[in-house]
Structure formats: structure tokens, C-alpha cells
Ligand binder design. Structure first.
Ligand code: E4P
Length: 221
């Protein structure tokens, strides 16, 4: 399973990239807006830092506008994946950009039928937003199960990118189902690496070490 970071925050991106954890990045206009500054510069910098796929979203809603923006975004780097919304115009733009060799991530997917259409239009990634479904009382993870089953039935090449993740259990469930990618807010990735027993265990190991007497006090171990 690939791990993407769902953010436009350069500090978090650098930090987790230095740990070797990141296979890619997803951004959206809201995430860029949260960081402020010039979004073009931020997007360009992200693409330079990350070797894997970086999803950058169009803001046009018509076909011509999405094509123009998609082509421009892809000039930032070969690893740019153009994020188009799950609309009729978005699917048409997906087909054209894909044919030009520009990969597309279809975003704002909330049903299995939408996922089927995104795959048929040639999307590299389909992004079901599970947290937002949970928020309205639906079962977001069930959507991932359904899409996984459907894509396996027909050997669709489109990758399932689980988005709108809210907590670490979502990641375990997505991995158990066999989703291709999870995109995580930095706060969720931080929780993923922590366990209280790790902290207690480390504290005790160090305390026990301090009880020992070493011959050369200049060498700790
Ligand atoms: C994915 O590509 C989206 O940027 C993101 O996961 C949306 O998450 P949210 O529902 O927390 O805004």
C-alpha cells in the first residue's frame, strides 16, 4: 500500500519525506488556501521535493479550462497527476489528458458508480472521500470494499486512493481491504507512528541502562 500525505504544508512534507515514508502527495484548493502564500510556488516546490506522484487540482469546471490548467500544472514535473472533479466535464478532461500522457486523479467520488465511470475514463487514481461519507452517517469504508471488488472483477487498472481519512483505524481497514493508496493528513500519520507502549518501553530501557556502571564514562554504548 502506498502512503501519500494529504497536505500543502512544506514542513510536514519535508519531515515525512526525510523519514522515507512518502510515496506521493495530494493537495486541493482548500489545503493550499490553509497554507496561504502563492499557491503556484507552493505546488512547484512540492513537486520538486517529492519523487512520487503529486496530485494538483484544477479549479476550472469546464472541459476547456480543465485541459488548459491540467497541461499547465503538468509542466511543473513529470510526476504531476492532474486532479479533476467527478463531473461530466471532469471525465471528458480525464480522457483527453490521459490520452496525452498526463495522468489524472478523479476526486470527490462518493459512490461505486462514480468510481466505475472514473475507471472507464482512464483515470490513474480514483479518490473516494470516506470521512465525508462517515460525517453524513454513511459507511465510507464500505464504499472502498465495493470499489475494490468491482475493480478486481474487471481488472480495472485504476488505483483506489482512499481520501478524507480521519483516524488510524481507517488506514488499517483500507489496507485490509487492499486499497492501493491512502492519503493521510499529517496529524493522522503522526498518530500512526505512536504507541504508548513504545514510549513506556523506551523510557524503561533507558532508565535501566542508567543503573549500569561503565568503565569509560565518555563512551555511552
Ligand atoms: C484528497 O485528495 C482530499 O484532498 C482530502 O482527502 C479531503 O479530505 P477532507 O474531507 O478531510 O477535506
Amino acid at each position: 500500500m502506498k502512503i501519500f500525505l494529504d497536505t500543502a504544508n512544506l514542513e510536514s512534507i519535508k519531515m515525512y519525506n526525510d523519514m522515507g515514508l512518502l510515496d506521493g502527495i495530494t493537495t486541493n484548493p482548500s489545503l493550499l488556501s490553509k497554507e496561504g502564500g502563492d499557491p503556484h510556488k507552493t505546488m512547484e516546490e512540492i513537486v520538486q521535493i517529492i519523487k512520487g506522484d503529486v496530485s494538483l487540482e484544477v479549479v476550472a469546471t469546464d472541459y476547456d479550462g480543465m485541459i488548459e490548467e491540467g497541461r499547465r500544472l503538468h509542466k511543473y514535473g513529470e510526476n504531476v497527476v492532474v486532479k479533476c472533479p467527478m463531473t461530466a466535464e471532469g471525465l471528458k478532461a480525464c480522457k483527453t489528458l490521459t490520452a496525452e500522457g498526463i495522468p489524472v486523479n478523479i476526486t470527490l467520488v462518493f459512490s461505486p458508480n462514480q468510481a466505475i465511470l472514473a475507471a472507464k475514463a482512464g483515470a490513474k487514481y480514483v479518490s473516494p472521500f470516506i470521512g465525508r461519507l462517515d460525517d453524513i452517517g454513511e459507511d465510507g469504508m464500505n464504499l472502498i470494499k465495493q470499489i475494490k471488488q468491482i475493480f478486481s472483477n474487471y481488472n480495472f487498472g485504476t488505483q483506489i486512493l482512499v481520501a478524507s481519512i480521519r483516524h488510524p483505524i481507517h488506514i488499517v481497514d483500507a489496507a485490509t481491504i487492499g486499497a492501493d493508496v491512502v492519503t493521510l493528513p499529517p496529524a493522522v500519520l503522526a498518530k500512526m507512528l505512536k504507541h504508548q507502549l513504545t514510549d513506556i518501553g523506551l523510557k524503561n530501557f533507558l532508565a535501566d541502562w542508567e543503573k549500569l556502571r561503565v568503565e569509560d564514562p565518555n563512551i555511552r554504548i
